[in-house]
Ligand binder design. Structure first.
Ligand code: SF4
Ligand code: SF4
Length: 201
């Protein structure tokens, strides 16, 4: 649980000065993107206190919200915080001001990719890409297919082999995917709608 003082000074400790140049439009851009008013945050830190991933983040959720309010675009978009977020929604549920922090994390990832920033936690980005491709093709998660795809992308062929074997023998990994043309078609339509939306934004 973090009890750090959330101030621009504590943020400054962690990043170079160039990352601390405020971008006047950033907070508005973030608010428009997620339709969440970060100015409602009064820094109570309940989000960070409940976050199961905050120890692995470079900035806790409350610090990231503070950085957004300060307009520190470069710092926020280069942070690994949103890449470590597991989208568990604990922060959003705990926030007394109903600031949807989990949604902000997703938006920060989307904005960082759109700006061409290389994700600092590349394994998370690789997993996201492989998982989305898997769902697109099978209409639902096909775990063995996902493992195969990840191995091909990362070349870590022997990583977690023991864990995989345990899951297989417990019947958690199906050799053949469950196929449904209708389900796959529906999923393709969803992906195509998202693509169109991305192009028009
Ligand atoms: S829980 Fe909500 S109000 Fe409290 S610090 Fe986090 S975002 Fe701000
Ligand atoms: S959604 Fe992300 S930021 Fe929020 S509590 Fe869960 S891991 Fe932490």
């Amino acid at each position: 649980m973090s009890t750090q003082t959330v101030s621009s000074e504590s943020l400054q400790d962690k990043r170079s000065e160039s990352a601390l140049v405020p971008d006047a439009k950033f907070m508005k851009q973030m608010n428009d993107e997620v339709k969440v008013n970060v100015n409602l945050c009064y820094q109570c830190r309940k989000c960070s206190a409940g976050c199961p991933m905050s120890a692995d983040m470079d900035y806790t959720p409350v610090q990231l919200i503070h950085a957004i309010r300060l307009g520190l675009k470069e710092l926020v978009l280069n942070s690994k915080t949103m890449w470590m977020c597991s989208s568990c929604q604990t922060c959003t549920t705990r926030c007394p001001q109903e600031v949807d922090i989990a949604r902000i994390m997703d938006a920060a990832k989307i904005m960082a990719i759109a700006e061409g920033i290389k994700p600092p936690v590349s394994s998370v980005h690789t997993f996201n890409k492989a998982a989305l491709r898997n769902i697109k093709w099978f209409g639902r998660m096909y775990e063995l297919g996902l493992i195969g795809d990840l191995k091909m992308r990362t070349f870590e062929f022997f990583k977690d082999m023991g864990l995989g074997a345990k899951m297989f023998f417990k019947g958690k990994l199906k050799i053949v995917p469950s196929l449904s043309p209708l389900r796959t078609l529906t999923t393709w339509k969803i992906f195509s709608r998202v693509k169109k939306k991305e192009r028009s934004s």
